[in-house]
Design a protein. Structure first.
Length: 345
């Protein structure tokens, strides 16, 4: 079994008294038959769900996933597990999860996470059952990141019963066992302090079934200040450097071409450097539009410098100066339009 850092496991163990109210005690149970308690009575069987996100380590935009440490607690009552003898009062028993009735809950959006505890339940003499488990791994979080680097997303954990429909089992929130850690190790995202929970049916189309479901949501917003200060602003300076070619006299073709080519090479090298922090998606994000527009601006400035230099060499110096004069106005205005279109429309 793969174990997460002991800090998280210890932290979750400290949370157990708050989550459940059970004491750590176990007694070897006798073999028993599993009763389907969800089918008794007219009302659906209520199962209390507690989801506690201890830590979010990273969010992968390209893979549409996030890595987290998540504690799950399920509580329900099983009348068939009530102690038959008064002498057993105060005792706790431990069963394998599949040795007793359970709601068959599974995390629908869990991609590759490992269980950190044995798959057992604890039962008191009143038939109150507690299931605790700690998961560490990747969870799917579908999101459209067209607004990158100003995008937001929802970190979701969806618990679905694989056995029972909404008229058989009902998931309800257990407030004392639901929440999030005080501080996450992730630095480039802002995570909401208060999670949102809802118990809604999950429609399973192949079998036309409405399964019992419980959804836990945490809002997340990307820390865009990093991208503005370290990526976008330097890129603006590179474009402005390329536009300064319009103030060099067209008779000085060498300095014009040298500045334009240097700007183009600087832009290409810079884009290679920041490529690792930009998500790989098939559609254009806001940042992609800005980069594409900036690249066109630098290339057109190179073309303009070659053209005015050629005109000056052909004794059309006045026309070359006129083109430079118009370029000093048109290019900055177009660049402002690109910025506005990329980040504000």
């Amino acid at each position: 079994m793969n174990f997460i850092p002991s800090f998280y496991a210890s932290l979750f163990l400290l949370l157990i008294p708050c989550l459940c109210g059970f004491e750590a005690a176990a007694q070897e149970p006798a073999p028993r038959e599993i009763d389907n308690i969800a089918e008794t009575g007219d009302k659906p069987k209520e199962v209390l769900v507690g989801i506690y996100v201890i830590n979010v380590e990273s969010i992968n935009s390209a893979n549409q996933s996030y890595k987290a440490v998540v504690g799950i607690s399920l509580r329900w009552n099983d009348p068939s597990l009530v102690c038959s003898s008064p002498e057993d009062a105060g005792k706790f028993r431990r069963f394998g999860r599949d040795e007793v009735w359970n709601p068959g809950a599974a995390m629908l959006n869990m991609r590759s996470a490992s269980r950190q505890f044995e798959d057992n339940v604890s039962v008191d003499c009143d038939g109150n059952v507690l299931y605790l488990q700690l998961f560490y791994g990747d969870f799917v979080t579908s999101a459209d990141i067209r607004d990158f680097p100003f995008d937001k997303r929802t970190l979701k954990i969806e618990l679905v019963s694989t056995r029972y429909e909404t008229d058989e089992v009902r998931f309800a929130v257990y407030p004392d066992g639901t929440g999030r850690g005080e501080q996450f190790s992730i630095a480039d995202w802002k995570i909401d302090k208060d999670p949102v929970t809802e118990s809604t049916p999950y429609y399973f189309k192949p079998n036309n079934r409405k399964l019992a479901s419980f959804v836990y949501k945490l809002g997340a917003e990307r820390n865009y200040k990093y991208f503005i200060l370290k990526i976008i602003i330097p890129l603006v300076f590179i474009v402005l450097m390329s536009l300064s070619v319009f103030w060099i006299p067209p008779t000085q073709l060498g300095p014009q071409i040298g500045l334009s080519v240097t700007s183009m090479l600087t832009l290409i090298a810079y884009l290679f450097a920041v490529g690792k922090v930009v998500p790989d998606v098939e559609y254009l994000t806001r940042f992609d539009k800005f980069v594409f527009g900036s690249t066109i601006m630098v290339f057109l400035a190179l073309v303009e410098s070659i053209m005015t230099g050629s005109l000056s060499a052909s004794d059309n110096n006045e026309l070359a100066k006129k083109i430079d004069w118009y370029s000093r106005i048109i290019f900055p205005v177009v660049f402002l339009i690109i910025i506005f279109y990329s980040f504000f429309l």
